[in-house]
Each structure stands twice: as C-alpha cells, then as structure tokens.
Design a protein around this ligand. Structure first.
Ligand code: LER
Length: 287
C-alpha cells in the first residue's frame, strides 16, 4: 500500500475551524491525499463540517491534538488530568467520525513544560501520564482508534524526548493501540541516528511527520532524509506521512515552537515543494 501523504493545518490556518474549508480545496489542489487537522479549540470544529469539506475535495482526514497546561494528563491535580483525558476523548470521537485512524501528538504533558526534574518526580509524572493514557487508550480502542504519541525536542518538553523514552512510556501504558508519532524535526535534535531510532520503534511507528531541521521545507536542509526513508522502508511503514510546519505569523504558535522568522519563501511553497520532495524520496530519489 502506498503511504498517504498529508499536510498539517498548522501550515495554513490556526486555530483551525469549520470555516477554514478553503484549506481543504487548497491542499487537494496541491495534490495531497490527506489533511491533518490539528484540534486546537474543539469548539471551533464539528465532524459534520469536516466531513463535508472532505467529501467535496476527496481528502482523507487525520486528527492531531494540541496540548497546553489546561489539558495535562500528567498533572498532579486529578481535575487537570480529567480535563486532559476529556479533551483526548473529544479528539477520539472526532477521529472516529471523520475516519482518522488515530489521534496523534505529544499528549503525555503540556508542550513547553521544561524543568529540572529529579528522577523520583519524573517517574511519578510518567506514572500519572501512563495511567491517564491507559484509560484514554481503552476508550479509543472501543472506537477503533489508535493513539500516536510524539516525542518532542528538549526545548518543548522535559518528559519524552527520544524514541527510547517513548517506548518506555508505551510499556507503562500497556495497550496495543498506543504507538508513536515520529517527527524528523524533533528526531534530528534528539536522536543519535534517525535510522536506528526508526528501526527501534519498528511496528510501533503509527504515524510520521516530516519537517526540515529549521522547520522549513522538507528536503531544503540537513535532515538525513535518505537514511530516514530507508529506515521507514525497513520497517515496512505504510501509514500516513504528513508535512508539518507552523505559521510564523500566528503569535501563539510561533511562541510555542520558537519560530521567529519565515523558514520558506511562503507557506504555499513549503507545502508544494515538500510534497514534491516526499514523492521523489518515496520513489527512491532522496539524497
Ligand atoms: C507538534 O507536532 C510539534 O511538532 C510540536 O513541536 C508543537 O506542538
């Protein structure tokens, strides 16, 4: 089966809403198979509108989450953990109706939480995250949905930076429908070898995002792409591959991912050239 190739809504509009239907037409017009809808504010999105946009344009939909302190499944306070679980359940319900196989993202802790944790506090937080995600995974399994957990680089989280750490979290969760979202931008910072990290995750790679080392157009920088795509082939990865970057013009997003300058001539160029690079790479042409 050919990988479905997608574009993240973060490239086009944020927070994404039902009224951003034109983005579907744009993404389909560029030649993508799929649009990855990031659920920043669930009140702005309905399954009905997303399904209508998808039906009109022929695009498949992937669902990914955005995680702030108000949705923290690893928090000390039960109420905060509950808000995190409830948010994930909303994303799961949406995924089930719009046909996304997964809910993806760094769902174990609030993005941007970086502290000097001692081993005991880290272990306790991991335990809380695992318990919340176990409950969430059970809910997801009942709806045929998988969870794809994304390690982030050290400047965006102190909890899960590497594939190895994510696999450890998976063990604590202990549910078959939980795996990894691997993202070349974060891996390029944290992994000694992208190829080895991909092979280590193996069949637990549920989802892939591609982004250049500067968050710019895939293929325009120094991510070791040939090594990465060879490793995806080695593990027989046939899932979605989504081009992700962020609008430097949206302040909240720019702040969250420390994007202070444009990293491509335009976001449209990034999307179009990124897709061309992906197609070439998957056909065996990446250097
Ligand atoms: C999300 O996929 C991501 O890569 C983060 O850096 C931002 O939440």
């Amino acid at each position: 089966m050919r990988n479905q190739l997608g574009l993240s809504t973060f490239v086009l509009a944020s927070p994404f809403s039902d009224t951003d239907g034109a983005a579907f037409d744009q993404v389909a017009g560029m030649g993508y198979d799929l649009i990855e809808v990031c659920v920043e504010d669930p009140t702005l999105l309905t399954a009905e509108a997303l399904k209508a946009h998808a039906a009109r344009t022929g695009l498949a939909i992937g669902i990914c989450g955005a995680f702030g302190p108000d949705r923290d499944v690893s928090a000390q306070e039960a109420e905060q953990r509950r808000a995190g679980i409830d948010y994930l359940k909303t994303c799961i319900d949406l995924a089930a109706v719009v046909g996304s196989p997964h809910v993806a993202g760094p769902m174990y802790a609030p993005t941007g939480q970086t502290r000097m944790l001692d081993a005991a506090d880290r272990a306790a937080q991991l335990k809380r995250a695992a318990a919340s995600l176990r409950e969430t995974a059970e809910y997801a399994a009942g709806r045929g949905i998988r969870l794809a957990i994304e390690p982030l680089n050290r400047f965006e989280t102190d909890l899960i930076n590497t594939t190895e750490q994510a696999l450890e979290l998976l063990e604590h969760i202990g549910a078959d429908n939980v795996g990894l979202l691997i993202d070349t931008f974060h891996m390029n910072i944290e992994e000694k070898s992208l190829g080895e990290a991909v092979r280590l995750a193996g069949s637990k790679v549920f989802h892939v995002q591609v982004s250049e080392n500067d968050r710019g157009t895939p293929g325009s920088g120094h991510v070791p792409w040939a090594e990465f795509f060879t490793a995806l082939q080695d593990i027989n990865y046939d899932g979605q591959i989504v081009v992700e970057s962020f609008l430097p013009s949206v302040k909240e997003i720019a702040r969250a991912v420390s994007l202070w300058r444009p990293v491509a001539p335009s976001m449209d160029d990034l999307a179009v050239d990124g897709l061309a690079f992906l197609k070439k790479s998957l056909a065996g042409g990446a250097k």
